[in-house]
Design a protein around this ligand. Structure first.
Ligand code: OFO
Length: 170
């Protein structure tokens, strides 16, 4: 069984993961609106991964005989700037999520909860990957500047991202 402190912080994390999904969906809708289907696809795939992150936490709380407390999800922004601005926003959001995951890890240490410590390691690894993926897109946008042809090709590249469910073990 998990302690109340661990239960609370995991429930907060569920909320952050679902908020992330909302934020990515808002960005996806925006990219669709301005005709960047590839960027829209990339953010939509990311939104689905965020739902998975939330659900893995959800299932873990239940498995550890805790109580899932779903909280209100904040409304995401609905208007955004150019592709660089959006991806810089994504990067800073992911850094915020990384900090939040690190706080969960710290709390598992405080509470001597080794099972949750082991569980949360997957999220630590996942955040490294997410920050790197976003940084990769930012670098490409910066490298090619505002060139329309380059944006067209990057949009095509981002269109190839496919959603696949990855369990927390993999
Ligand atoms: Fe769930 O990793 Fe992004 O926010």
């Amino acid at each position: 069984m998990i302690s109340e402190k661990i239960q609370n912080i995991l429930n907060e994390q569920i909320n952050k993961e679902f908020y992330s999904a909302y934020l990515y969906l808002a960005m996806s809708a925006y990219f669709d609106e301005i005709g960047l289907k590839g960027f829209s696809n990339w953010t939509r795939v990311q939104a689905r991964e965020e739902v998975d992150h939330g659900m893995i936490l959800f299932d873990y709380i239940i498995e550890r005989q805790g109580k899932v407390n779903l909280r209100q999800i904040d409304m995401p922004e609905t208007s955004f700037g150019d592709t660089l601005e959006v991806f810089e926003k994504i990067y800073s959001h992911e850094k915020y999520v990384t900090d939040s995951i690190n706080c969960v890890a710290n709390m598992t240490d405080e509470e001597c909860d080794l099972a949750t410590r082991y569980f949360i390691n997957w999220y630590i690894k996942e955040q490294v990957e997410e920050e790197a993926n976003v940084d990769d897109v930012i670098k490409k946008i910066k490298l090619f500047g505002g060139e329309k042809a380059a944006l067209y090709h990057l949009d095509k590249e981002l269109a190839s991202r496919e959603y696949k469910y990855h369990s927390y073990e993999s």
